[in-house]
Design a protein around this ligand. Sequence first.
Ligand code: SF4
Length: 335
Amino acid sequence: MNAKEHISLTDQFGRVHDYLRISLTERCNLRCVYCMPEQGIVLRPKSQFMTTQEVIQLATHFVDLGVNKIRLTGGEPLVRNDAKEIIEGLSKLGVQLAISTNGILVDKFLETFKSAKIRSVNISLDSLNEEKFNSVTRRQEFQKVMSNIHTLLKENFHVKLNAVIMKGVNDHEIMDFINFTKNHNIHFRFIEFMPFNGNKWDWNKGLSYKEMMERVNLYFPGKVIKLEDKKNDTSKSYRIEGYKGTFAIISSVTNPFCDTCNRLRLTADGKLKNCLFSQNETDLLGALRNGADIKPLIYESVWNKKSVRGGMDTFEDLSNSDLNQKNRSMIAIGG
Ligand code: SF4
């Protein structure tokens, strides 16, 4: 059986891919230490990136092949001048639209989100302490981000807050993050620190799912309720008894969840990554500009997807910088 015989984007392990994450840009108005290499990244000419129309054209191909959810990511997707046009264009494809943003510009897009039926907004928030936030992001946007989070909640958006947990940086705030869910109907997710090009990854700085839950159960004895996770969920969800919101852990390092993966990624320069950690990429933008047929390229990429973390099956593989540094930096993938 070869790649072209499938009606949906199914790989050799039977995983059906119906969720596309599109990175709109490699630019960002923050400089988070675990994402943007210290020296920044080389900003390339605009011509190397998807135009408004090319984003919509490529997305349409994926929708034709069964994609029913699209999440916009970056860098910071809302710094693109045509972000509004792209959101409006994608909203006509009849799929579930969502966005991952750092929250700074959200107030300028509330009406755009509403008219595009974007109800799910993920915001990166690595600290509830202004000074710490500013040191992790290397910018002074804490107040703006917090006020936009509260605005989204008031407007009844489904808000998820993502914190990358790093020892000695924000691991001491885990209970504060969880207590933030007491009176806020918000979903706080703790992400294990992952290796990407240029982020000086060292697992000694990471905190595992197991370690996090040991701390949580110690702090909230008998009050931690395990929630049911949906098939393709990337996180393991919980609620503290009596709390409005929930929290969850994304354990890509110590407890990968690849067996139910349904995600594909399109980078801002139009490359298809069949996995967050894949080193191989397929140049769809080049093919589109040459008038080539895109669909066989998408099938091929999905068919050749590795079972776990782009082939870095073991923790040793994932920790091997000869392997993990071959990938892009997080800013150039979009998470
Ligand atoms: S590491 Fe790759 S295969 Fe695993 S869940 Fe993430 S994207 Fe999917």
